[in-house]
Design a protein around this ligand. Structure first.
Ligand SMILES: C[S@@+](CC[C@H](N)C(=O)[O-])C[C@H]1O[C@@H](n2cnc3c(N)ncnc32)[C@H](O)[C@@H]1O
Length: 228
């Protein structure tokens, strides 16, 4: 499959993030049962945004989300890490930075990211870029540091420190500053795709069914914005 690469990109990446994401061995593959359960839950939470047009996935990694999204339609996958992109099976793959998307205004009906914004030096600039290339929906799924376990994990790893400011209010603010109407912004999810043992997925899904619990202590935040 064609892959548009950019040999100058490495000079513009924070070395901590680069070391983290060029190392692909720490990640499970998209066919791992935990990853599959996680990705299905995420996709179901914004399924009403998915129509006939292509989805742009920013910060696509090795394809945890790209693979199940591709079962619903065409996905264009973008990441700054070439080792990640090489593993990603998307129909179209582009190496670029999230704050400089190489696409025209309004190019995709849905622009989506999972686990990306908190790794970027300026998450608001990335959301503004996602809004520019979207003709309608912008969807972000990020850690929820109101959850003490997620906050402790984020504090324990240098490459995750950016997550510490990710709370509902912050995500809503950066969506509003990008000129988006906020369709929803809530916490959800009890499965960690690279950590939850396969044997605990059923139990975690039962916890996800307790809406009061996930609305207060979900591991993630889902924000859906619509262009005005
Ligand atoms: C937590 S992983 C998530 C990957 C995928 N979305 C998933 O759900 O498995 C974050 C991804 O964002 C990419 N990334 C981080 N900062 C980026 C940036 N500034 N521009 C483009 N990609 C970036 C990393 O290379 C990595 O693949």
């Amino acid at each position: 499959l064609p892959l548009n690469s950019d040999s100058h990109i490495a000079d513009n990446i924070d070395p901590i993030q680069r070391e983290r994401w060029d190392n692909v061995d720490r990640r499970r593959t998209p066919d791992h049962p935990t990853v599959h359960a996680f990705a299905t839950g995420v996709i179901n939470s914004f399924a009403h945004c998915l129509g006939k047009g292509s989805v742009l996935e920013v910060g696509c990694g090795n394809g945890h989300m790209t693979v199940p999204l591709s079962e619903r339609g065409r996905v264009v996958a973008l990441d700054f890490s070439l080792p990640m992109l090489r593993l990603n099976p998307a129909a179209g793959r582009t190496q670029a930075l999230a704050d400089g998307l190489p696409f025209a205004d309004n190019a995709f009906p849905v622009v989506f990211c999972q686990g990306l914004l908190h790794h970027c030096p300026d998450p608001a600039a990335v959301v503004a870029e996602m809004a520019r290339v979207s003709s309608r929906w912008v969807v972000a799924h990020e850690p929820n540091c109101t959850n003490p376990a997620m906050a402790a994990f984020s504090l324990s790893k240098r490459s995750e420190w950016g997550a510490l400011k990710f709370r509902r209010g912050y995500l809503k603010r950066i969506f509003s500053s990008a000129g988006l109407n906020i369709n929803t912004c809530h916490s959800r999810g009890m499965i960690l795709p690279n950590k939850t043992p396969g044997s605990l997925v059923g139990f975690s899904q039962r916890l996800e069914g307790i809406s009061l619990l996930t609305r207060m202590l979900g591991f993630y935040l889902l924000a859906i914005g619509e262009k005005k």
